[in-house]
Structure formats: structure tokens, C-alpha cells
Design a protein around this ligand. Structure first.
Ligand code: URA
Length: 412
């Protein structure tokens, strides 16, 4: 196969065959196809797009570039959720143990935060001792014991995606529906799922800025999943204000635990139930009972133990990760909260140190926001709109200025 010709054909908008795409991905994974050719190919895809058949072939080739989960015969339904990412999105921390309580197995392979959206693995690692590294055999053994595993991508899990995602990140080729679909779905399909629910976000705090783009991405991911025999559901959700009231690694784990104990903010609890209902195979009322009677919380303890953490640390997480400066931001005027811009809150969280600008950066578990006001709430002058958890006074001032831009209060 002559790679320059293949790139030129895609550049000119031709449809490639499944065999050609397979060979390209195989060559890229083995190192025969260099990064500069793959970058040119990704840019051609970015401009010309791909047909549904090409996207399916790319997804399959990336999925087959490494190992897939395999389960013992007679296993229960294998289910998972994927979110395209948002600000304050800690749904996975609640949904995975909750759905495992219904008898399904949840093999959740998650990512780290990059840019303004947080990552499930970073949040979990704020629990002392929690290890996200597991081999596939170890992961399946854990599923047999407790029905849930929450881990990172290994070198043998979709290696083509691992390489291509890093390349896209530095070549301006991330926001392509074909490439996003193949990247996300190759990893989810390598989990060998029966059912998958997709939480596709749109708005200032999301990858997709408009509902129309989110719809196109959802349709593309559903088509690929169904083609591969997986029951796929998608829910479109606005990401104009942060989810829940806390943003930041340990702060989000604390809010997730409250929700696992039957409390937590209403928008978070509703979204967890909406998504869980699509994959769990039990009624919404049964899911509510599992949250309210402590069953899901006990499953989270088992999960923490299985990953090397100590559940006794969970109630002390706020002390373990106490930022040096915790101060309120006070509203200067009263009224009704009309906006809490997720994009600004995400930017501020990143600048406080909770996120990373490049893949090799570390994250600060302690910093972020909590007690954030929600749109539609009535507040009076002098009331707090949130608390900032910062490392330094300079960071606090930066975050306070961002919150003043993010929160709009309309006079009544
Ligand atoms: N998340 C992924 O895993 N891949 C993408 O391309 C975008 C978001």
C-alpha cells in the first residue's frame, strides 16, 4: 500500500476501503507509518470527513490494534457509560458502583483530564492508595468478585488510539466527528459490551459547542456501536453550567459520595438516574432505592478496597486534601442566578491547578470550587455564590475574578 497515495485520495474526498483503513492503522501501530504521514491523513479526514462505513472500519481497526476484554461464559450483562466530558462531571464515580449493584458488570476504562474538562482517573487518585492501573485479566477477576472495575487505558488496550489521540492533540485534528467517534467507540467496544449509554454534552463547558454538532456526534457513535452489535443509547445534555455544586478532584469525589449516600445535588442525581436507567435493566425506583438505602455506597467502598484504597479515608477526604486557602465569593447584589458559565468555571479550575495543560502535567487534588450556586436560585446581596479552594492568594484572586465573570445575577 502506497501511503502518500492513500493520503491524497482522502484529501480529494474519496472513500477508502475497510482493508485500506485496516492496513493504515496496523502500519501506524507498528511504527511503519510515521507520525508525519498519520498527521496528514488526520488532517485530510478533518476536512473531508468519512462515510459511516469508513468510520466503522476505522473504529474496528483501532479496537483490534490491542487486546479486548473477554469474559467467562454465562457472564451477566456487560454495560458501561461514556461522557464526552464536562465541568463538574462526576457521574462515573456514582453510576459505575450503582449499576454494579443491579447485577450487571461494569468494566469502566476512563481517561485523565485534559484542558478544562476533568478526568475520572484523576478524581479517583485523590483517594489515598487508589490505583487505576490493572491488566485485563486482573480487571475481569475483579468483575467476578465485585462487578465493577474503574481503570486507565493500558499499553495493550487500543494502542492505535493512544498514539493517534496524542498526535491529534498537537496537530489541530481533535474536533473531527469521524476521529472522535473512532477514538471513543474503539475503547468502549474493546470492553466487549452488551449495552452502552453515551452522555453527549454541548455548550460552553463541552467539546461540542452546539446541540447540532452534539447530535451529529451522537448519531455517528450510535451507528458504529449498532453495527458492531452493541445496544447503544445516547442522551444529549447541555453543559452550560457545571454539573452539581463542586468542581475539582477531591471536591468532586466528596460530592459523588454524598450522592451515593442518597443526597447530593438534584441535577447530578437526576443525570445519574437517567443514564443508569438506560443500561441497568432495572426500574428507576429500584435504582433510587439502591442509592437511598446505602447499597451503592457500600459497593463504592468495595471498589476503593479492590483498587488499594481504604474506605475509612473517604469521610476524611476534605481534611486529607485541605487547600491552604478556602474562602467564599460574596454576591454584591441580590436577584436570580441567570448564568454560571461552565467554560469560565472550567478555565478557573484549570488555572487553580486541578487540571493539566499537557498530558505530562500533575494535578492538584485539593483545589477547585464547592457550594456553587445554581441557575434559577434566588440569592441576596452578601450571600456566598461559591467557595474557592486555592493554593495561594494570587490564585484565589484569579479564581474570584473568573467567578465574577461566570456568574450572572438578574434583578428580580
Ligand atoms: N475522548 C476520546 O477518548 N477521544 C476523542 O477523540 C475525544 C474525546
Amino acid at each position: 500500500m502506497h501511503i502518500p497515495t492513500l493520503i491524497a485520495r482522502k484529501r480529494d474526498g474519496e472513500e477508502l476501503s475497510a482493508r485500506e483503513i485496516e492496513n493504515l492503522i496496523r502500519g501506524y501501530t507498528s511504527g511503519e507509518v510515521p507520525d508525519y504521514q498519520m498527521s496528514a491523513f488526520a488532517m485530510a479526514v478533518f476536512f473531508k470527513g468519512m462515510t459511516p462505513a469508513e468510520i466503522a472500519a476505522l473504529t474496528r481497526a483501532m479496537m483490534e490494534s490491542g487486546d479486548c476484554f473477554s469474559y467467562p461464559s454465562g457472564h451477566p450483562p456487560i454495560v458501561d457509560k461514556h461522557s464526552t466530558g464536562g465541568i463538574g462531571d462526576k457521574v462515573s464515580l456514582i453510576l459505575a458502583p450503582l449499576v454494579a449493584c443491579t447485577g450487571c458488570w461494569v468494566p469502566m476504562v476512563s481517561g485523565r483530564g485534559l484542558g478544562i474538562t476533568g478526568g475520572t482517573l484523576d478524581k479517583l487518585e485523590s483517594i489515598p492508595g487508589f490505583k487505576v492501573g490493572k491488566g485485563l485479566d486482573e480487571a475481569v477477576a475483579q468483575l467476578q468478585q465485585i462487578g465493577v472495575v474503574m481503570m486507565g487505558q493500558t499499553d495493550r488496550f487500543c494502542p492505535a488510539d493512544k498514539k493517534l489521540y496524542s498526535l491529534r492533540d498537537v496537530t489541530g485534528t481533535v474536533p473531527s466527528i469521524a476521529l472522535i467517534t473512532a477514538s471513543i467507540m474503539s475503547k468502549k467496544l474493546a470492553e466487549t459490551l452488551d449495552r452502552l449509554v453515551l452522555d453527549v454534552k454541548f455548550g460552553s463547558g463541552a467539546f461540542m459547542q452546539t446541540r447540532k454538532d452534539a447530535e451529529a456526534l451522537a448519531a455517528s457513535m450510535i451507528a458504529v456501536g449498532r453495527e458492531m452489535g452493541v445496544e447503544v443509547h445516547a442522551i444529549l445534555n447541555p453543559m452550560s453550567e457545571p454539573l452539581g455544586r463542586s468542581v475539582g478532584n477531591a471536591l468532586e469525589v466528596i460530592e459523588a459520595i454524598e450522592t451515593l449516600e442518597g443526597g447530593g445535588p438534584e441535577d447530578l442525581r437526576i443525570l445519574v438516574l437517567d443514564l443508569s436507567e438506560k443500561i441497568a435493566g432495572v426500574s428507576r425506583d429500584q435504582l433510587i432505592s439502591l442509592l437511598d438505602d446505602g447499597t451503592a455506597r457500600r459497593k463504592f467502598d468495595q471498589l476503593v478496597t479492590a483498587h488499594g484504597g481504604n474506605p475509612d479515608d473517604l469521610p476524611r477526604l476534605a481534611e486529607i486534601h485541605q487547600a491552604p486557602l478556602i474562602r467564599e465569593v460574596i454576591a454584591s447584589a441580590g436577584g436570580v442566578v441567570s448564568n454560571v458559565d461552565a467554560g469560565f468555571v472550567g478555565q478557573a479550575t484549570l488555572q487553580l491547578g486541578a487540571g493539566r495543560s499537557k498530558a505530562t502535567d500533575g494535578v492538584d487534588f485539593a483545589v477547585g470550587f464547592d457550594q456553587l450556586v445554581k441557575c434559577g436560585e434566588r440569592i441576596h446581596a452578601g450571600q456566598a455564590v461559591c467557595r474557592i479552594h486555592a493554593r495561594t492568594a494570587v490564585d484565589f484572586d484569579m479564581a474570584e475574578a473568573m467567578i465574577e465573570k461566570a456568574v450572572a445575577i438578574a434583578p428580580e
